[in-house]
Design a protein around this ligand. Structure first.
Ligand code: RIB
Ligand code: CA
Length: 321
């Protein structure tokens, strides 16, 4: 059965790989829409990037909706110092041949959820601003969300501050609304996603002459340099692809139900996720938190998926000639 999913994203190099992985898995995932949000770079750029990534995948049917240009309360913080000025450092993507779809991403998310015959799985790859506002504008949609799979937070150190992970740091109020929603959540904190390092051993044998694989290789090579700056000398952790890989291959992941609280008060810990991994608090769990994954197997399957996209490219262009 194909699972209908919505992807909320701030591309972002790792978002790009996650979107390519989702679009490659047509037999397992039905991407009904992509909603963009300000995060790694401003929303005008994340929207352009999402359109360009769909173009690279050869998928012009998935609507891309532009979303919120800033967090609910805090000022916008972006991450060009990591992902480059255009947000897709290392990738040279062709311009998109289409514009974003109307309406605003928050309205589109509400419409898709209300109109779907079955509950959707929502993949959150960036700050949770769009999702939190959709829940506030239309509380009824919570019943149409089968599960929220979120990349964000950290059990230990953050990556944008000592305390906080980037997605939750950018919009902690949105994260607090989502974790208070009682919607089933699977959370990928940094402790899990830092295991998903796109090392040469794991993805070095991609075919640099094929369109999709060449772009991913170029992004990874550039991020490998950046990865060293983040303490990852073997390459850049691919945070967001873990979310899609979980939908495709859940057997590769292990976790436990925990209570997760988000710090919204201004100060050195704003945006921090307190993940009660050892069940010390009396608070009931509100998320299934991933703690371990088989990264070698995950990337082996990601490589197969990327090759399938290039094979699809090849057969589509042969059919057109
Ligand atoms: O902290 C990592 C997360 O922040 C990833 O989703 C990355 O793309 C950025 O959005
Ligand atoms: Ca992201």
């Amino acid at each position: 059965m194909k699972h209908p999913i919505l992807i909320d994203t701030d591309p972002g190099p790792d978002d790009a790989l996650a979107i390519l992985l989702a679009l490659s898995a047509r037999d397992a995932l039905d991407v009904v829409g992509i909603t963009t949000v300000a995060g790694n770079v401003p929303v005008a750029q994340t929207t352009l990037n999402a359109l360009r990534i769909c173009e690279l995948a050869g998928d012009l049917d998935v609507p891309v909706y532009a979303g919120c240009d800033r967090p609910i309360l805090r000022p916008l913080h972006t991450a060009e110092f990591i992902c480059g000025k255009d947000g897709l450092a290392g990738m040279k993507l062709a311009d998109a041949s289409r514009a974003p779809a109307a309406p605003h991403a928050v309205n589109a998310m509400i419409d898709h959820l209300r109109q779907s015959d079955v509950p959707l799985r929502l993949c959150a790859l960036g700050p949770l601003t769009n999702i939190a506002l959709a829940l506030r504008m239309a509380p009824d949609i919570a019943a149409k969300i089968d599960r929220l799979i979120i990349m964000g937070g950290a059990r230990d150190l953050g990556n944008i501050t000592a305390a906080a992970e980037f997605n939750f740091f950018v919009d902690p109020h949105a994260a607090a609304i989502v974790f208070d929603s009682a919607i089933p959540i699977t959370l990928f904190p940094l402790n899990a996603t830092y295991q998903a390092v796109a090392s040469t051993e794991r993805l070095g044998d991609l075919d640099g002459t094929a369109p999709v694989q060449a772009q991913v290789l170029s992004m990874l090579r550039r991020n490998r340099a950046g990865g060293a700056a983040l303490g990852g000398d073997k390459g850049h952790p691919m945070h967001d692809p873990c979310v899609i890989a979980y939908l495709l291959w859940p057997d590769l992941f292990e976790g436990r139900d925990c209570h997760v609280a988000i710090e919204t008060a201004e100060g050195p810990t704003v945006g921090r996720s307190t993940i009660d991994w050892w069940g010390r608090s009396q608070e009931p769990p509100n998320a299934h938190v991933i703690g371990a994954l088989d990264a070698d197997q995950m990337f082996a399957r990601v490589a197969v998926s990327l090759r399938s996209l290039d094979h699809r490219h090849e057969s589509d262009s042969k059919a057109k000639s």
